[in-house]
Design a protein around this ligand. Structure first.
Ligand SMILES: NC(=O)C1=CN([C@@H]2O[C@H](COP(=O)(O)OP(=O)(O)OC[C@H]3O[C@@H](n4cnc5c(N)ncnc54)[C@H](OP(=O)(O)O)[C@@H]3O)[C@@H](O)[C@H]2O)C=CC1
Ligand SMILES: O=C1OC[C@@H](O)[C@H](O)[C@H]1O
Length: 360
């Protein structure tokens, strides 16, 4: 995130907001926070680098100190998942606006408590689903739901695999049950995101949640967290299905990440569902039979400057500037829905967090 805040926003045609890094806090060592600043933002974010803001980032040796500072407008929380709920709650209670990494929390109840706290305190809260803010994601909506380039959507699949198995130690947060490891919480928010953009956001859906859901998982042989996870969700009202797969055993090949098939063609978003840079539209040729489909292909490229977290940061800055408490592109109810889907997934596959991990 910080690497993107340092970039000149005009490189992405952004002229109305710019970012400062007021402080960096470490819960384990002040020197770690200082090293982070030295390595990534010695002069601060672009607003500081360009002289718009005369301050410099300060290093802090605890999270509490961050919440107490008057010059901190927003706390960005990028701790392991298990701490999202408690760290966000403490920041909200101190009256800070909060951007918390995905997954929002460990369960829907924890998220509801954060929303209630944000309401009581009158502050901003958002889950950091950065991919939603990519220009590509807005174009996806336009192609699918406004231009209807593939006709009626019948099926979508999203596959996000990162082959960390045997590459990362079992103690890494991705595999460690005590840090709520597993692919569903870590990569699943992205596959669910694409299902929501495709079917939940369908203009004919009118906010309906899936009619049914079926889940599966293969546990990590040593740590027991989910190494593979599958969720199938049906929207009967749309006559459409979402088939979502995440795994940490093998990386998804780069040519297919999201595949949406409709009555007039298909849309592909190549792999790396968190950070896509291309949409491929394939239109069926008139007169094709169900057994033989010929295709016209059109490719839309969306090169990403930096890592791509800046679009989300710009959107959050505009929300704060405009006094919004939630961002309409990543509203509280869609984080709640995502958490409820993952709660149901755990219930269906029989996966339980270690005792004491959940705060609610
Ligand atoms: N949007 C995106 O692209 C990405 C999002 N994420 C999300 O960000 C979060 C953090 O991921 P990642 O950066 O890989 O996590 P790390 O394991 O690197 O942890 C991040 C920091 O959390 C702090 N921390 C506080 N308590 C603990 C603890 N008990 N154990 C370990 N660290 C602790 C540490 O900083 P300190 O000790 O200094 O306080 C640590 O450096 C995850 O929820 C993940 O889903 C991750 C990667 C990319
Ligand atoms: O995009 C991502 O890729 C790697 C993951 O471990 C991380 O949490 C995720 O956000």
């Amino acid at each position: 995130m910080i690497k993107d805040l340092v970039l000149d926003p005009s490189g992405r045609d952004c002229t109305d907001v710019a970012h400062s890094v007021a402080a960096v806090a470490s819960s384990s060592a002040l020197s770690k926070a200082q090293k982070f600043i030295d390595d990534f933002c010695p002069e601060g974010g672009w607003a500081q680098k360009s002289g718009l803001d005369k301050t410099k980032p300060v290093a802090l040796g605890s999270y509490d100190e961050l919440y107490q500072r008057d010059d901190v407008d927003l706390v960005y929380i990028a701790t392991p998942h298990t701490l999202h709920s408690s760290v966000a709650k403490a920041a909200l209670e101190a009256g800070k606006n909060v951007l918390v990494e995905k997954p929002a929390t460990l369960n829907a109840k924890e998220w509801d408590i954060l929303v209630e706290t944000a309401k009581i305190k009158g502050v901003f809260l958002m889950e950091a689903v950065w991919t939603r803010f990519f220009p590509l994601a807005y174009k996806y909506h336009e192609l699918l739901h406004e231009q209807r380039v593939i006709g009626d959507i019948r099926n979508m699949s999203a596959d996000f695999g990162l082959g960390f198995y045997d590459q990362l130690p079992d103690t890494h947060r991705v595999f460690n049950p005590d840090l709520a490891g597993g692919c569903q919480l870590d990569l699943g928010p992205y596959t669910i995101l694409w299902a929501l953009l495709t079917l939940y956001h369908h203009p004919a859906n009118k906010g309906a949640e899936p009619s049914r859901m079926i889940s599966s998982m293969i546990p990590h042989p040593r740590t027991g967290v989910d190494l593979y996870s599958t969720i199938i969700m049906d929207w009967d009202n749309l006559l459409a299905r979402a088939n979502l797969n995440a795994n940490n055993a093998v990386s998804t090949p780069p040519d297919v990440g999201v595949l949406v098939t409709g009555t007039k063609g298909s849309i592909i978003i190549p792999g790396g569902l968190s950070r896509p840079d291309k949409i491929i539209v394939r239109r069926n040729k008139p007169g094709d039979s169900p057994f033989r489909i010929e295709l016209d292909e059109e490719v839309f490229d969306f090169p990403v400057q930096g890592f791509g977290l800046h679009w989300e940061a710009d959107a959050v800055a505009r929300s704060l500037r405009d006094g919004e408490k939630e961002n309409p592109r990543m509203p509280w109810n869609e984080s709640a829905l995502t958490m409820r889907i993952m709660d149901k997934w755990r219930e269906q596959v029989g996966y339980k967090y270690p005792a004491g991990l959940e705060q609610a």
